[in-house]
Design a protein around this ligand. Structure first.
Ligand SMILES: Nc1ncnc2c1ncn2[C@@H]1O[C@H](COP(=O)(O)OP(=O)(O)O)[C@@H](O)[C@H]1O
Ligand SMILES: [Mg+2]
Length: 227
């Protein structure tokens, strides 16, 4: 479903040039749950931003569902982002003035789905992440784990082909982290493709496969036997 060939992403120029990614190639199949690991500065977020069409590579090829990203203009790229990709971030990225339900249905505002149907789908998803009783609460009235559940429901609202999660448990305590990972595993078992960045071994162990990065390169890829 995802294939990148020889992707390089360079920041800055001249003396301060940094290759955040250097000739990275990899494939991600449909229904896979992949963990991207590596120390801080190894290029994990840069990779996720490129895979998630939030950033474009300096050079190299990216095929998403067989379609080359190079040939797509900005408008269509944001369309792909909205329709095919769900994002989960370490700091949740919820809008503080909106309720849980409004946060979840926000991406549907740019689609043709009617408000009533959007609300139904939002409620269904809040139910799925175990928050049916929090639909009208605002983020500040919820715990970190609950906020991340709202963010997961929002990521699912457009039925994305793939979910990209950048350190989804990075701001959560261990117990809450495991609860969030159990939820992501459940989604994976239902067929959701997930690519997750983490620097924690016990979190990466939930995935089928680990891609380990160092200095902008893929150091090794390993199947997880425990998954
Ligand atoms: N916007 C940017 N401008 C300049 N350098 C950047 C930028 N984003 C990332 N980098 C550099 O690229 C490298 C990889 O960063 P990043 O992908 O954020 O790593 P990670 O997520 O693994 O911590 C680092 O050396 C970082 O300093
Ligand atoms: Mg990062």
């Amino acid at each position: 479903m995802i294939r990148i060939d020889n992707i390089t992403r360079t920041y800055g120029s001249g003396d301060i040039e940094v290759n955040a990614l250097a000739n990275v190639s990899l494939e991600i199949q449909e229904n896979e749950f992949v963990a991207v690991m590596g120390t801080s500065g190894s290029g994990k977020s840069t990779l996720m931003n490129i895979l998630g069409c939030l950033d474009t590579p300096t050079s190299g090829e990216y095929l998403l569902s067989g379609q080359s990203i190079k040939e797509i203009d900005d408008e269509n790229l944001s369309k792909i982002r909205n329709e095919k990709i769900g994002f989960i971030f370490q700091t949740f990225h919820l809008l503080p003035r909106l309720t849980a339900l409004q946060n979840v249905t926000l991406p549907l505002r740019y689609s043709e789905i009617e408000a009533h149907e959007a609300e139904l789908r939002g409620k269904e998803l809040l139910d799925k992440v175990g928050l049916s009783d929090r639909a009208h609460h605002k983020p500040f009235e919820m715990s970190g784990g609950q906020r991340q559940r709202v963010a997961i429901a929002r990521a699912l609202v457009n039925k994305p082909k793939v979910i990209f999660a950048d350190e989804p448990t990075g701001n959560l305590d261990s117990k809450t982290s495991y609860e969030i990972m159990d939820l992501l595993c459940q989604l994976h078992k239902q067929g959701q493709t997930i690519v997750m960045v983490t620097h924690e071994e016990d979190i990466a162990a939930y995935a089928d496969r680990t891609i380990r990065m160092k200095d902008g390169k893929v150091l090794e890829e390993k199947l997880c036997l425990s998954a």
